[in-house]
Design a protein around this ligand. Sequence first.
Ligand code: NDP
Length: 312
Amino acid sequence: MSSTPIKVLFSAGDAAWPAYRKALPKAFAQHNLDVDLARDHAPGTVDYIVAAPNGPVRDFTPYTRCKAVLNLWAGVEDIAPNRTLTQPLARMVDPGLTAGMVEWVVAHTLRHHMGIDLHIHGQDGQWRDHVPPLAQDRPVTILGLGELGTACAQALAQLGFPVTGWSRTAKSIDNVTCLSGDEGLTPALQDAEIVVLLLPLTDATENILNAQTLALLADGAFVINPGRGPLIDDGALLAALDRNIAHATLDVFRTEPLPADHPFWAHPQVTVTPHIASATRPETSALCIADNIARGEAGRPFAHLVDRARGY
Ligand code: NDP
């Protein structure tokens, strides 16, 4: 334990503070860290910043002593480009966040796979004996094989879906066909019946689903996007819903909240969920933050560092 308390500044939205002011001290105690946690430390005294894009700190320049900025969110597209941030930036990898995303992706995949809507909306006295195919006959593709994409791929493979995943660098995951790089995208999407987007938003991934790539998907395919809104060209998706795409379930959008007059709200083949696919969970994420501070204090490398040039 260090002789003077480690100063940790909490710079996230007001709504997050009550849960984290309880969860973080418990997590620091588990790691034997003597921490002075506050929302208003003098900038020059701060050792670590726990940050979220909706927090008050936008200019990191005065935080001259700060050893790392620990982002509360998995996505870093709002903070990574900040030029005042010269300190190491770590993103959130949280077992609670991962578990929540697996549940959301599996639920929406099964909804479309089993045609559950047919029965929910068909309680009208007609006996519709629609029998869905087995999972083994429904190819699913996951774009992004990071923390979340890999966990979702494994859960869907466990249910019997033939799962193909796509990432920037080559991967090997049991029971998942792994493709990578520009040359892997077309075979990953070709004839996929369900595609799940779990890519970070970067210059390279924006509009990855566009008129050309949407046309590769099977007739009657389903698009599920819990990644980031700009991964999809909205106009191309709306056009594809009249062609080969049966339904899009979208959790994230270019503008959030999604404006009330946006065509996605009223479209019969679109389901909008309000960026709730998965949330950072205070109890589990506090442990990740404490672990990273313990690493920093022990002179060990921080976990889950963002590569600023790569953008994720
Ligand atoms: P990771 O950084 O762990 O994984 C990102 C994956 O995307 C990696 O497999 C990476 O490849 C791949 N990737 C990145 N760029 C490219 C590219 N140009 N071409 C091909 N593959 C690429 O992120 P997470 O899994 O933790 O999170 C993914 C995203 O999910 C977040 O960035 C965020 O936007 C979103 N999210 C949404 C939430 C919600 O509630 N809707 C909640 C949490 C996250 P490689 O492995 O080779 O590096």
